[in-house]
Design a protein around this ligand. Structure first.
Ligand code: AMP
Ligand code: MG
Length: 491
């Protein structure tokens, strides 16, 4: 057969285990078609790693699949039901503007969710239109891929297509659909939903499913549901420590936005810290600072406590004993978190071994940074390259004294200066997705139809630890503005 006659499929290889769970967990439905699907951006390396054919995805049929107009063979689209505490208030939620197409089995044998976000109304849409605007979908694409490159567990972004339709927000905006790839979309809120409205059998099914999907190594444990709770706590401790170490603010850590896989999920009003001020909040709706940078570890425990509550009937037949087991597991979070955070901070300062006073060395640096509102990323980068910045921090006597203590500390380890420098290079990113750079890329894309600004940004964000010359211009701070930076949910 001549090669040009071979019709190449997209490469979908679905096996839909979620669709085999009790029917109350979801609603099967096909997405409402959109008028004119057009591929805006495709994550080629990700597509290839998923076993997908880049050319096929770039074709008209590919855009139709990524818009939900054409259902790939083997897909079984469904909207997932879940609940959640939003800013502390419990609500029934569910996929109001997303559909799980199915689970792709990759050539490496991994199972990942393929979800269309912005795909239209579902039974869980409440008052919403089920749609998403191009700007926020590109924003999720940029930031999730930047997080991945930073080495932080996250959902990924495969593609963004525009729908050819305008959607109404404050202004009319182009509609778009993001294809999100996730280890799964199991959330704390999924358990909250089943715990509130399902039977104990449903809850056991969900817990067993979660174990099988994410924690097969503990399935045979004597109390596997307690092990599940402990593992979820561990993964969140790792995740949140990594957020803190790079200055990432999720912005809307509602319980429905906490994935049990330990991946960062739902990029809405998230943004990175510039000045090191722990009370920083960017989200326009976070009026009381519930999800401020410095509060994220506390909120994680709050959310994990809601998760633990749902598991109580499975932890022990005796409720009091179940509560005791849950409380005991939850009390480990702060130590686990602290362990990962301090290890990460030592690496950021080029420290290999452990000394008791390390914490006070770290805390005093952060205190000085806070007092002088030093830029978080650039301060560590300057320390890495021993290139003092022309800032209040680097000019202060306290800081000079701190540096002497730090240098003395480095002198008390066996590793060479060079090894320390390498460790710092690999632990302190050259750049993060600076808010003004992200806005600039989105402005060009959405208002000018010019995607080149975003492509260059994605390019430099893809290797944050390269410290290459072309990254330098991306680490400069925005011109002083009288208005604080604000982010929006983009719903
Ligand atoms: P999020 O803030 O993205 O985590 O969304 C919270 C809840 O609101 C979820 O149930 C979403 O599916 C739902 N939602 C967000 N935006 C829309 C929309 N435009 N239409 C319908 N539901 C939405
Ligand atoms: Mg959400």
């Amino acid at each position: 057969m001549a090669e040009e006659n071979v019709i190449i499929g997209t490469g979908w290889n679905f096996d839909n285990s979620y669709a085999r769970l009790p029917e109350s967990f979801f609603t099967k439905m096909t997405p409402p078609p959109v008028s004119l699907p057009k591929l805006i951006i495709l994550n080629e390396p990700l597509a290839i790693s998923l076993g997908l054919n880049v050319q096929a995805l770039q074709s008209k049929d590919g855009a139709a699949e990524l818009a939900g107009n054409q259902i790939p063979e083997g897909a079984s689209p469904l909207a997932q039901a879940y609940a959640g505490h939003q800013f502390g208030h419990f609500n029934m939620l569910g996929d109001g503007r997303a559909l799980l197409l199915g689970e792709q089995i990759t050539p490496q044998g991994e199972r990942v969710d393929i979800q269309l976000k912005g795909s239209g109304r579902t039974p869980y849409s409440r008052g919403g239109d089920g749609r998403a605007a191009l700007g926020p979908m590109l924003r999720e694409y940029i930031i999730s891929e930047a997080m991945h490159a930073l080495g932080i567990a996250t959902t990924r972004s495969l593609a963004v297509v525009t729908t050819g339709e305008l959607i109404i927000r404050e202004t009319k905006q182009p509609g778009a659909i993001l294809t999100r790839v996730a280890a799964s979309h199991l959330r704390v809120g999924t358990f909250q939903y089943v715990s509130k409205w399902g039977s104990t059998e449903d809850l056991r099914d969900l817990a067993d499913y979660t174990l099988q999907r994410h924690f097969p190594e503990i399935e045979a444990d004597e109390n596997r549901y307690l092990s599940l709770l402990k593992e979820v706590i561990k993964r969140q401790a790792v995740l949140i420590s990594k957020w803190q170490l790079v200055g990432f603010i999720h912005g809307v850590m509602n319980t429905d936005n906490m994935a049990l896989s330990g991946e960062t999920i739902d990029y809405g009003p998230c943004a990175f810290l510039d000045a090191f001020v722990p009370a920083t909040v960017f989200s326009s709706i976070d009026i009381h600072g519930r999800y401020a940078y410095g509060n994220q570890p506390h909120i994680a425990v709050w959310n994990l406590s809601r998760f633990a509550e749902t598991l109580l009937p499975l932890l022990h037949d005796n409720e009091e004993e179940a509560v005791e087991l849950a409380e005991d597991a939850l009390s480990d979070f702060s130590e686990l978190y602290h362990h990962h955070w301090i290890a990460g901070m030592r690496a950021k300062l080029g420290i290999f071994n452990e000394e008791l006073e390390d914490e006070s060395l770290i805390v005093s640096l952060l205190g000085l940074m806070q007092n002088s509102r030093a830029d978080y990323t650039n301060t560590f980068r300057a320390l890495t390259f021993d290139q003092p910045e022309d800032t209040d921090l680097f000019g202060s006597t306290e800081f000079v004294q701190w540096q002497e203590l730090w240098q003395a500390r480095l002198g008390r380890q066996q590793e060479s200066k060079d090894a320390s420098h390498q460790l710092m290079r690999n632990s302190n990113p050259a750049l993060i997705p600076r808010n003004h750079r992200v806005e600039e890329a989105l402005e060009a894309a959405v208002n000018q139809g010019d995607y080149s600004v975003m492509e260059r940004l994605l390019d430099v964000l893809a290797s944050p630890y390269a410290h290459s010359p072309e990254q330098a211009e991306y680490s400069t701070l925005p011109a002083q503005s009288s208005l604080p930076y604000r982010t929006f949910c983009g719903t």
